[in-house]
Write a protein that binds this ligand. Structure first.
Ligand code: SF4
Ligand code: SF4
Length: 379
């Protein structure tokens, strides 16, 4: 039975068992911050397990380094065990609580919700938009808003995004209250800069230097770079939306904008970078050694990446084909995907970002508390 199949109590007991073996062994110290965090620890509370599970970046280095993996009787599989605990932590801290159930079959929940939202958006647009605006070729100023009025587009996107941000923020606050370290305020302040450095650089996807065991025994930096490219692309698309808002509200010019305009260039470059990063991450998911993985986490990752790819592809298609008769339906499909994407964010892989950031902040705070004042953190 894999760790993910274990009932809650047995999963907790299995995580404690494996971590106690690691504490006694500590061969992997130096691979990642999980090992310094468990040094000399022999009792693990549930909050400690949740903290360690989110501190783990799933680089799988400790699986390939470990001499106690199956068929050894100790049967240590730290990456899969922590991944299973991590999945459970997303579910347990999520608010509203009933939403956490979606983590049991996240791919099904995501596909069903997004599918419903896309179909509902399409049905509403078909009922409310004049056929000439929906099916005609129109690239004049304001063409998008003749398909879906700006107030409805912005209102639906804003409401679904607000819902997602509120759920994820509350889940993160609940997680942080459980794992917050007992350190002086000064140590917490000194921890902010090193924690931010680790978050932004994805330092721990470096597996202590040589990189992750992305697909097997050989280490590489592929996952780290694919993640960076995807996030940079995402930042480009956010900037594209922000500049489009400035064009609309400050300059009084409605979309669609010329190909050489800032919103379109940022959107295209960002979209292509996102697709490149998503492609790289999906490729690694499919090629990866499955034994040190949690199958539910793999499904969660794949569902999120596929959805992100669909949102990006549909956005790029709207930009590329906006002067054609396909624009109306493409825009409707893209908006449905965006609204659906925002609605499913609370039970998607998106939760890993603030949870891991919180875990890195605790790790940095404990390190800062143990470091003499004035001595800088050298990583
Ligand atoms: S993963 Fe294996 S080798 Fe590494 S510290 Fe744990 S028991 Fe030791
Ligand atoms: S998988 Fe990587 S990050 Fe996770 S505990 Fe093992 S070495 Fe650390």
């Amino acid at each position: 039975m894999s760790s993910v199949d274990l009932p809650a109590d047995e999963l907790t007991a299995e995580a404690e068992r494996v971590l106690r073996i690691c504490t006694a062994c500590m061969y992997c110290d130096g691979l990642c911050p999980v090992f310094p965090a468990i040094d000399n620890t022999h009792q693990f509370k549930l909050s400690d397990l949740n903290y360690l599970a989110n501190l783990c970046h799933n680089c799988k280095g400790c699986w390939y380094a470990c001499q106690y993996t199956p068929p050894h009787p100790f049967a240590v599989n730290l990456p899969a065990t922590l991944a299973a605990v991590r999945q459970r932590s997303y579910r347990d801290y999520l608010w509203p609580r009933w939403l956490g159930r979606a983590f049991r079959s996240p791919a099904v929940g995501i596909a069903a919700t997004v599918g419903f939202v896309v179909l509902a958006t399409l049905a509403i647009v078909l009922m409310c938009t004049p056929p000439a605006a929906l099916f005609g070729a129109d690239d004049r100023e304001g063409a998008f808003y003749r398909v879906v009025p700006w107030s409805i587009m912005a209102g639906a996107a804003g409401a679904s995004l607000l819902w997602a941000m509120a759920c994820i923020a509350l889940a993160t606050v609940r997680f942080w209250r459980d794992i917050a370290p007992d350190v002086p305020k000064r140590a917490m302040l000194r921890a902010v800069a090193p924690a931010l450095r680790d978050i932004v650089t994805l330092r721990h996807l470096g597996g202590g230097g040589p990189g992750c065991n992305d697909v097997g025994e050989r280490t590489s930096q592929q996952r780290r770079w694919a993640h960076h490219v995807m996030v940079a692309g995402f930042a480009g698309t956010v900037l594209s939306t922000a500049t489009a808002a400035i064009y609309h509200h400050a300059l009084g010019v409605a979309a669609p904008y010329p190909l050489t305009s800032l919103p379109v260039l940022l959107g295209l470059v960002g979209g292509v970078a996102m697709l490149a990063g998503i492609g790289g991450l999906l490729g690694l998911e499919f090629r990866a050694d499955k034994e040190p993985s949690d199958p539910r986490e793999v499904r969660l990752n794949v569902a999120f990446l596929v959805l992100l790819a669909l949102v990006t592809l549909s956005g790029v298609a709207v930009l590329a084909l906006r002067g054609t008769a396909a624009m109306g339906l493409l825009l409707t499909g893209h908006l449905g995907l965006v609204f659906g994407f925002f609605l499913v964010l609370p039970f998607s892989k998106a939760v890993h970002a603030p949870f891991r950031a919180a875990a890195l902040l605790r790790a940095a705070a404990e390190k800062a508390a143990a470091r003499p004042r004035g001595k800088p953190d050298r990583g």
